[in-house]
Write a protein that binds this ligand. Structure first.
Ligand code: C5P
Length: 221
């Protein structure tokens, strides 16, 4: 049985006990991937930040809040995994200090000191061994058009030691449909047609499984 680790959803980086930094990720794409994988008979370990998606039956969920927690859980789950797919929209930074209680509005300190968060999929990529590691690149074509977008995704593919990066246009955030482009470490590229996140997820799982030694996952499917 192939074990697939999926990271999904946003992370929350608390400033105090009530306020936090986050982003608009709904978690839907990651959950769709988890559901597609489990329906093909794979074991799925889903490490997810706060979201309102229903947990697909059969998926083993590890709910987390912050990027640091997601990192810890993902590293642990990775030991048991053959494949990791990073779909989470991880906050790039966290407040340097988390204040207890609720910071008062009267505080004269208005600057926010931030620390960089760990790059989770890059740290999995760096220790992957024979595993297949896949990342997502949520990109806007507004800077440098389609060529610039692809260029940035390719840099991420290399710098994070990925086997594949999935290019997702910025308009996909919280949207129903998605148009994914798959960029492989060997230079191949495949543009999938625009379809629902659920349909894209099923196709993506097939492509990822084919990357396992001997395409073993594809045969299982
Ligand atoms: O560099 P960028 O954030 O665009 O890369 C996106 C990819 O990296 C996604 O697969 C995302 O899940 C992953 N990522 C991560 N940890 C971070 C930042 C991004 O796993 N701190």
């Amino acid at each position: 049985m192939t074990t697939i680790l999926v990271t999904a959803g946003p992370t929350r980086e608390y400033l105090d006990d009530v306020r936090y930094l986050t982003n608009a990720s709904s978690g839907r794409m990651g959950y769709a991937i988890a559901a597609a994988a489990v329906s093909r008979g794979h074991r799925v370990l889903l490490v997810a930040g706060p979201n309102t998606q229903p947990t697909p039956e059969g998926v083993e969920l590890r709910a987390v809040i912050s990027a640091q927690e997601m990192h810890e859980q993902a590293l642990e789950a990775f030991d048991a995994a053959d494949v990791a797919i990073g779909v989470a929209a991880v906050a790039d930074f966290r407040p340097a200090t988390r204040h207890s209680g609720k910071m008062s509005r009267a505080r004269d300190q208005t600057r926010l000191d931030l620390l960089p968060n760990p790059d989770i999929i890059a740290s999995l990529g760096g220790r992957k061994g024979h595993r297949v590691v896949v990342g997502f690149a949520l990109e806007s074509a507004a800077h440098g058009g389609r060529a610039g977008l692809q260029d940035r995704a390719e840099k991420k593919l290399r710098s994070k030691s990925l086997d594949m990066i999935v290019i997702n246009e910025l308009k996909a955030v919280s949207a129903e449909a998605s148009q994914l482009s798959l960029l492989y470490a060997d230079g191949r590229q495949e543009d999938l047609p625009s379809m629902s996140k659920e349909e894209s997820a099923a196709l993506l799982i097939d492509r990822v499984m084919a990357l396992l030694p001997g395409g073993q996952g594809a045969e299982e499917a």
